[in-house]
Design a protein around this ligand. Structure first.
Ligand code: MN
Length: 230
């Protein structure tokens, strides 16, 4: 018996099914597209990939309305390919990474850019910029057998119908096989883990009332409306 009610299991919808994908952790890759690294003032020349995390219940199904979060005046969109880990493992070889991926989706790594910038300047953790409530709206997960490619596909985001981010996952600095393998050398991956693989160039601010639509071709789409301030 638990001394309080057990926390609810975080989960996401699965395409073509009423079943749900249970979430354990959310790993995110920083600066994984060269043009985005440059727009953030960094040199993209293949420094080792780095990671940060969000809590499992940051993930929310789409379509949704997310409240404009507290403490920020600069909420940014980051459209990303999301991987759903179905089989755990440690020190996974690049050639074996696909055996561990249950499915894929499109998601948003929503970012309080002003708090992230403050954290960078002060040498503090990124959590307040990245790991806030409902900071990861994600579309339904597509089972990997139905995913045409994790190597080539258009990834895009529009705000109120105007395209802001438009790239191809072929432009990932660290491919899916590379960064999942590297991640598994730092942490033992477990079933239910998600990996948000980084965002292409074109990140920018959204405000209450904005409607974001995005997708990864062949994998899925999402729609998220920014609501009033929390
Ligand atoms: Mn990101």
């Amino acid at each position: 018996m638990y001394v309080i009610d057990a926390p609810q299991q975080a989960s996401l919808a699965v395409q073509g099914s009423n079943d749900r994908f249970p979430i354990r952790r959310i790993f995110c890759v920083g600066r994984n597209y060269a043009a985005h690294a440059r727009e953030m003032g960094k040199d993209p020349d293949r420094e080792a990939p780095f990671f940060f995390t969000k809590p499992a219940d940051a993930a929310v199904d789409t379509p949704c309305t997310m409240a404009y979060p507290k403490l920020t005046e600069d909420l940014h969109h980051e459209i990303e390919l999301v991987l759903a880990i179905g089989k755990g493992g440690s020190e996974i070889a690049q050639a074996d990474v696909m055996d561990h991926i249950w499915g894929a989706a499109v998601g948003l790594d929503m970012t309080r850019r002003d708090l992230q910038g403050e954290a960078k300047n002060m040498g503090r953790p990124w959590d307040w910029g990245k790991a806030f409530d409902h900071s990861a709206p994600i579309g339904p997960i597509k089972p990997i057998a139905e995913v045409p490619s994790l190597e080539n596909a258009r990834i895009w985001l529009a705000v109120n119908g105007e395209t802001r981010q438009d790239a191809d996952i072929a432009d990932l600095i660290w491919s899916v096989a590379e960064h999942v393998s590297i991640l598994s050398h730092a942490m033992t991956l477990a079933p239910g883990d998600l990996v948000m693989t980084g965002t292409p160039a074109g990140v920018g601010a959204v405000v209450p009332g904005d409607v974001m639509t995005g997708g990864v071709d062949g994998i899925g789409t999402l729609e998220v409306t920014i609501g009033e301030r929390a």
